[in-house]
Design a protein around this ligand. Structure first.
Ligand code: MN
Length: 236
């Protein structure tokens, strides 16, 4: 195919054990899906329907262990936050999917970080404007290799832990999600047809906080390949 301008490579996420890479179509994210995190963001723990936002597919930074993924401190922020999340990789198309059938859409799972320019997000939230500038920006979605569901089974529980410079900052269990993955897919597919290549970031436990250049983040979820990220100086 020839294009009017030079084309770029499709964003991809590696798949464990020499699997073929997973091409990324669209990134959906769920807000406030753990009660303690909802509280720390100024909400409460009542079970409201989940809400969603998106990131551009080219925000993906694929980690290739044992190499450490490096992301530059982004422009236009003084308050870059980490949010460690289980990421669901979608392998089949579906709209209006019931929770009971939702698992059939899942290709696999990975450890991801929903990096957030919190100052911009909060400013937009206060003004009732879209969150996009706080959530979707270059390198905002580092992600570890995907493990296919055949190897993990349905992931409904398991420890989720983030260390910054070796200290635990976030710790929870996937079973603490307000909306589990099947119900999240049920809600999301009332709004959009999910397609192969879509990723869903499923929300973060409490303990979110800022990072600076030089920090090393290590995200772990039981049964999945850990994600190790280093924050580097801002790009020139
Ligand atoms: Mn998040």
């Amino acid at each position: 195919m020839q294009y009017a301008i030079p084309a770029w490579d499709l964003p991809v996420v590696p798949v464990v054990a020499g699997g073929l890479p997973f091409p990324v179509r669209h990134i959906y994210c769920v807000g406030r899906n753990y009660a303690e995190h909802a509280k720390e963001m100024g909400g409460d723990a009542t079970k409201e329907p989940p809400f969603f936002f998106t990131k551009a597919a080219d925000a993906i930074v694929p980690a290739r262990p044992p190499e450490v993924a490096r992301i530059a401190y982004p422009m236009a922020t003084q308050n870059l936050h980490y949010e460690l999340e289980l990421v669901v990789a979608i392998g089949k198309s579906g709209a209006n999917v019931k929770a009971a059938e939702a698992q059939s859409l899942v290709f696999g799972y990975a450890v991801g970080l929903d990096m957030t320019r919190r100052d911009l997000q909060n400013d937009m939230r206060e003004k009732k404007r879209p969150w996009d500038i706080g959530k979707s920006f270059a390198q905002a979605a580092p992600i570890a290799p995907i493990t296919p569901v055949e190897q993990t089974g349905e992931l409904a529980k398991g420890e989720i832990t983030l260390l910054v410079n070796g200290e635990t900052r976030q710790h929870g269990d996937l079973s603490q999600m307000i909306w589990d993955v099947p119900h999240m897919i049920e809600f999301l597919t009332r709004l959009y047809r999910l397609e192969p290549g879509d990723l869903i970031f499923t929300g973060t436990p409490s303990g979110v906080g800022p990072v600076v250049a030089g920090d090393r983040l290590e995200g772990r979820i039981e049964g999945l390949t850990p994600l190790v990220v280093e924050i580097t100086e801002p790009a020139a």
